[in-house]
Design a protein around this ligand. Structure first.
Ligand code: ZN
Ligand code: ZN
Length: 242
């Protein structure tokens, strides 16, 4: 039983809800005051280092093609859905790790595709999916499709999973270390972890996104960090060199 049941199909919801959630969640971050005491970079740094302007942004959000179905689908138990979501998280991370890493290693792909995302040196929420169209296709669409197929999510559970993945990705790019943020408490792969990847020092590390750092730890590309309080307010995520 979900609130949209009587209005739209799960397939249509899976297509549009992640896009709406992206803009709502990123829009929420965008409307916050500057919060200088919680930023990972100063506003001056954001202006100086980023080579893309917010107004020029194009975003690509995970989409699945929907097909109308009239038959009633029996939803699995909550336990099964949770297990399926965990599998989907692992598959998405695995896909993103290897494709993302390859886009850094292949000079052509980096120069012509992935470098667009790295114009965001100081990340902010609404730029989370500021990607080249090809990257959106390779990483997000194919990654989403793989996690959906392997985990055998129903269309309904997929709505929740894709919305969660979008929220997590936006949060990882928020550039804010706000107290009580549950993603910072429960995920090692979080805003500071991904901020390291956007910096020169961590450019070849922390590829896995958006949930766990497992593949990085396994394959030697994990860059641990520590948060250093800045005298002028805010924090710096500083790489702990091995
Ligand atoms: Zn990258
Ligand atoms: Zn990023």
């Amino acid at each position: 039983m979900v609130f949209w049941e009587d209005y739209v199909s799960d397939e249509a919801m899976g297509t549009y809800a992640p896009i709406v959630v992206y803009w709502l969640y990123a829009g929420f971050y965008q409307l916050l005051p500057p919060l200088d005491n919680y930023r990972l970079h100063t506003r001056k740094e954001e202006e100086e280092k980023n080579t893309m302007a917010f107004s020029g942004e194009r975003c690509f959000v995970v989409q699945k093609s929907g097909r109308k179905q009239k038959r009633i689908i029996v939803q699995p138990s909550i336990t099964v859905q949770v297990l399926q979501i965990i599998v989907a998280m692992f598959v998405m991370d695995t896909w993103q790790y290897f494709v993302h890493r390859y886009m850094h290693q292949n000079k052509f792909l980096y120069r012509h595709v992935h470098s667009q995302h790295h114009k965001l040196v100081v990340s902010y929420a609404i730029g989370a999916l500021y990607n080249h169209l090809v990257e959106g296709l390779l990483l997000d669409t194919f990654g989403g499709a793989m996690s959906f197929l392997v985990s055998r999510l129903t269309a309904r559970t997929a709505v929740l999973f894709f919305c969660f993945a979008v929220i997590k990705t936006v949060d990882d790019h928020s550039g804010l270390w706000l107290p009580g943020n549950v993603f910072h408490i429960f995920f090692q792969n979080n805003t500071a972890y991904h901020d390291i990847h956007h910096q020169l020092q961590g450019f070849k590390y922390n590829y896995s996104q958006p949930f766990f750092p497992i593949w990085n730890k396994f394959l030697g590309t994990y860059m641990p960090y520590r948060l250093v309080k800045q005298s002028g307010g805010g924090f710096e995520a500083r790489a702990k060199k091995n």
